[in-house]
Write a protein that binds this ligand. Structure first.
Ligand code: AN0
Ligand code: CP
Length: 316
């Protein structure tokens, strides 16, 4: 593996899950791989899980880890070619990416979409500029359109909990006060397409995800119907994709509560976190024995570890 930008960068998805579960049993087994090397984590947005699970995985594989909150601590970056840099932008991405490559053997980046302009967000300007100018492998820590480390952790968690060969997995939109990105949902969809599952997405009218990503997946606006016989409920809010970045409903009926969960086949509840209690999901569900959100967060260590292992092995 050279870069890890999307679930599409994994050619052997199911064997990667096997590998993650095996690494979890002996996480320091590959600590020689990162010896005398460093990873730089560059954040343009907030994080708890991504930041600390990647730091933990880096330590397990023997990598030195630098973390930088670029918005507060870095120079304002210019991205345009041939720019006359007379404004507030002090450094061009070209130098920034090449300089970081002198200090780091892997660079990992988090940059959320601004949710103002679909084309601009989908151009993934910051991530693609790093891919273009950096001289080392790049890892996506959540970009405008993808959060593959989360989806990989979710796949590990589903594998560990599934009771039948082909579980029914439901991705359910849930309300949120603010407009949120589509990245977690997009990567979850791409991931479920790669495993053996019956898959249904349920969301209100006006909230269909990018049809290029959901192509071939059943999408229904009837949440109650979707939940019937489900083995896993994965809750996530996203803003409208058609009316790009807008919040067009906060309908409380879509919040995941015990009444909705009772329609399922005693399903597990999943969420990537952070989650707003009693807006996205009711306390009763999140605090129940069927909630596996903390397992998902734990598996973020192992999805990061397996990706670092694949990249470092490729570099040798
Ligand atoms: C972000 C999102 O929805 O993409 C990060 C999730 C991992 N969530 C929030 O901003 C609340
Ligand atoms: N799930 C997730 O990526 O969490 P953070 O935003 O806290 O990193």
């Amino acid at each position: 593996m050279k870069n890890f930008i999307s679930i599409d960068d994994i050619s052997d998805f199911n064997s990667l899950i096997d590998e993650s579960i095996s690494i979890k049993k002996n996480p320091f087994k590959y600590s020689h791989l990162g010896e005398k090397k460093a990873i730089g984590l560059i954040f343009f947005n907030k994080s708890l899980r991504t930041r600390l699970s990647m730091q933990k995985a880096a330590e397990m594989i023997g990598l030195k880890c630098f973390v930088m909150n670029f918005n507060n601590e870095g120079w304002n970056l210019e991205f345009e070619n041939n720019a006359i840099m007379s404004t507030d932008k002090a450094e061009h991405i070209k130098e920034a990416a090449m300089v970081l490559s002198q200090y780091c053997d892997i660079i990992a980046i988090r940059k959320f979409p601004d949710l103002q302009n679909k084309d601009e967000d989908e151009s993934e300007k910051i991530l693609n500029s790093f891919i273009k100018y950096a001289e080392v492998p790049i890892i996506n820590l959540e970009s405008s359109i993808a959060h593959p480390l989360q989806a990989l952790a979710d796949a590990i968690t589903i594998r560990e909990h599934k009771k039948n060969v082909k579980p029914k997995i439901v991705l359910s939109w849930a309300p949120h006060p603010n407009p949120l990105p589509h990245a977690v949902a997009n990567s979850f969809v791409k991931m479920v397409k790669r495993i053996d599952a019956e898959f249904v997405i349920t969301n209100p009218v006006g909230y269909n995800l990018n049809s290029k990503i959901t192509d071939g997946v059943t999408v229904t606006h009837d949440q109650n119907q979707a939940f019937k016989n489900a083995d896993f409920i994965y809750a996530k809010n996203w803003s409208s994709y058609d009316k790009y970045g807008q919040v067009i409903t906060k309908d409380k009926n879509w919040m995941i509560d015990n009444d909705l969960m009772s329609k399922t086949n005693d399903a597990y509840f999943m969420h990537c976190l952070p989650v707003r209690r009693n807006f996205v999901v009711a306390d009763d569900v999140l605090d129940s024995g069927k909630s596996i959100v903390i397992k998902q967060a734990q598996n973020r260590i192992y999805s990061s570890l397996v990706v670092l292992k694949r990249i470092l092995e490729n570099e040798k």
